[in-house]
Design a protein around this ligand. Structure first.
Ligand code: GDP
Length: 456
């Protein structure tokens, strides 16, 4: 990847749409614009103004489409380079011809996420904010979107930077002391170092404590509905889906047997792993169907264990209970409209449970609240300041920062050599720098940006 190149890509989604946008970024963007775009009334680009005209193949070729063009001159653009956007009709053929024309003028096809990567390399946003761009695009609930927007605006970056700055000051002090060994560091200095690093550790602790909730808000949870045949699994699934208009995805899962439906439970994106395909195939006996459903348990954050309350707790229920193991489980006591005959073993009685009728829908709201409360604690999101770590990459970097800082503190306590202490601090600074990308290597950047689509 060469940052000197001018890059181009279709930035709107694949498929047909009212409008499609071809985006070009780099030093040649304006020149390419002049070769492709014909102003309706003649003239030249005025930065950040929308111009009306046509897009044609380079140097007097055929007109491709009626279009609007906007040039955003560096540094006031997404990438901080000259960016040209050609807004045409949203047909694949139209956009591909415009893109091909831009390439013929010397642009290179952008790699996935390369526009955002340039925004990062050119210092407009840090790595956390770049990742948040992706989160904004893929957010499935209001809560996930709020979290992503705050991260994109830099609310988390500010806190990470404060940690870095404090550690940088401590390191500078130690390095100065190494350079001037005649000025021994005294009690006061040691106390100041300890309090600075302890403060950083506290802040890291706070950020790490928010990780689970942040990850859950960003990614949602996956829920597997299990239960013996006729317990009411399909009825429950339909209840959860029917009353919920915010079904955002319907994608076949990784195997033929499993289908994922996402519903929005009051801000929590819940992927219901539907094993209906397993239960209703003729060639699979029900018992084996249950076993195969149970095989998927490790995919889930939560199991809904559906029990038919009008029947005694039986062998099949027990088999399922045993297979549930340590997974977080809610016992769903279904068919409460019928006379109750079930008695639970104590293991089930200890689980959180919801009593409901999947047939009438009575009690289903209680289950929704219970699912939400199991994963989201309090309503932290209501607070304007709420930010949370939501990516394992950030967590891992902070965990490693924390371990270097703990090592530093014990070294300080033991009066270890300044050189050794400096190494701990440098390690900590390297690790925390991974979060916002100050110390991220090209390999790390490749992995992060390859998860973006072309055009972003
Ligand atoms: P699954 O095999 O676990 O998916 O169970 P189904 O959802 O197909 O339900 C099995 C039977 O129980 C069907 O005849 C449902 O109509 C019935 N059923 C499900 N939920 C209830 C309920 O809450 N009350 C009553 N009375 N019947 C129910």
């Amino acid at each position: 990847m060469y940052i000197e190149d001018t890059i181009a890509a279709i930035s709107t989604p694949q498929g047909e749409g009212g409008i499609g946008i071809v985006r070009i970024s780099g030093s040649q963007a304006e020149a390419i614009g002049h070769r492709l775009f014909r102003f309706r009334k003649g003239g030249a680009f005025v930065s950040h103004f929308l111009h009306y005209g046509t897009v044609a193949e380079p140097t007097g070729g055929a007109v491709i489409d009626e279009a609007m063009a906007v040039l955003m001159r560096a540094p006031h653009s997404y990438t901080r380079e000259d960016v040209l956007e050609l807004h045409c009709h949203g047909g694949m053929l139209v956009m591909e011809r415009i893109l091909a024309s831009a390439l013929a003028c010397g642009a290179r096809l952008a790699e996935p996420g390369e526009f955002t990567r340039r925004a990062f390399i050119n210092g407009r946003i840090d790595l956390m904010q770049a990742e948040a761009v992706m989160d904004v695009i893929t957010a499935k609930t209001e809560a996930a979107l709020t979290l992503a927007q705050r991260q994109r605006e830099g609310a988390l970056s500010v806190r990470i930077d404060a940690i870095r700055q404090s550690l940088t000051r401590s390191l500078a002090f130690i390095e100065a002391s190494i350079d001037f060994p005649e000025d021994d560091i005294g009690e006061t200095d040691t106390a100041a170092l300890r309090s600075g690093v302890t403060g950083a550790l506290d802040e890291i602790g706070t950020l790490l404590a928010g990780f689970d909730e942040g990850r859950i808000l960003r990614e949602g949870i996956s829920v597997l509905i299990v239960g013996k045949p006729n317990a009411g699994k399909s009825s429950l699934l339909n209840c959860l889906l029917r009353d919920n208009r915010a079904i955002v995805t319907h994608i076949p899962g990784t195997t033929r047997d499993i289908i994922e439906e996402t519903v929005n439970l009051g801000g929590l994106a819940v992927r219901l792993l539907d094993t209906a395909g397993i239960r209703h195939t003729d060639d699979v006996v029900e018992r084996e169907g249950i076993m195969r459903a149970l095989d998927k348990i490790q995919l889930a954050d939560l199991a809904l264990f559906v029990l038919d309350s009008s029947q005694p707790f039986g062998d099949e229920d027990r088999m399922i209970l045993d297979a549930l193991g340590e997974i977080t489980t809610i016992a769903v006591l279904n068919k409460i409209d019928l006379p109750r005959r079930i008695e639970f073993p104590s293991k089930v009685a200890q689980m959180p449970h919801a009593a409901l009728s999947a047939r009438s829908g009575a009690g289903v709201d209680g289950l929704r609240d219970l699912i939400r409360a199991t994963f989201l604690h309090g309503s932290a999101l209501d607070s304007r300041e709420f930010v949370a770590l939501s990516r394992a990459r950030h967590r891992d970097a902070l965990v490693s920062t924390r371990s270097s800082l703990r090592q530093f503190l014990s070294g300080l306590g033991e009066g270890r050599e300044l050189e050794t202490l400096a190494i701990d601090l440098r390690d900590a600074l390297f690790a925390v720098g991974q979060v916002t990308g100050v110390t991220a290597t090209d390999d790390v950047l490749d992995v992060i940006f390859s998860s973006f689509c072309i055009g972003k």
